[in-house]
Design a protein around this ligand. Structure first.
Ligand code: RP5
Length: 163
């Protein structure tokens, strides 16, 4: 099946974070593609990727970047698709720079911004599942099953000292 979610990142070094989004999409059986697309190093590729995303059938773009993280905002500027931004934890400022770069979009072009790092990557995929699930009931069912299993796992082990 053709990809419904595009997972892009500013650098190969972001994969360690974004792979958690990819793994979560796989768990939920959502077809996706993965690309390194840099706002700074490959600006033309970024514009082309974003401009053609909708006609290629993507429904959501997950964009992860670190530091002066322009990728999610610039991607959103070139497509009407929902863009979910994942701030990658940077060495110098621990990802606070990435977070503020992504979250502080001026009114007019939104980026749905998630938490810094792995939690943000996983949640971006879950949010993508909620969006895709509006058109694909089987995806919504798998998302609901994922959440039910998560609840049951917590309830099954109420004692935090348990090994
Ligand atoms: C950003 O610069 C990338 O998203 C990455 O998080 C950061 C560092 O990139 P590399 O120098 O590791 O390629 O554009």
């Amino acid at each position: 099946m053709r990809p419904l979610v595009g997972v892009i990142m500013g650098s190969k070094s972001d994969w360690e974070t974004l792979r958690h989004a990819a793994e979560t999409l796989e768990t939920l059986g959502i077809p996706y593609e993965v690309r390194v697309v840099s706002a700074h190093r490959t600006p033309d590729l970024m514009a082309d990727y974003a401009k053609t995303a909708k006609e290629r059938g993507l429904m959501v773009i997950i964009a992860g970047a670190g530091g002066a993280a322009h990728l999610p905002g610039m991607t959103a500027a070139h497509t009407p698709l929902p863009v979910l931004g994942v701030p990658v934890e940077s060495k110098a400022l621990k990802g606070l720079d990435s977070l503020l770069s992504i979250v502080q979009m001026p009114a007019g072009i939104p980026v749905g911004t998630l938490a810094i790092g792995k939690a943000g990557a996983v949640n971006a995929a879950l949010l993508a599942a909620s969006i895709v699930g509006l058109s694909y009931p089987e995806v919504m069912e798998r998302l609901e099953a994922y959440r039910k299993a998560q609840t049951e796992a917590v309830l099954a082990h109420p004692d935090p000292r348990e090994e």
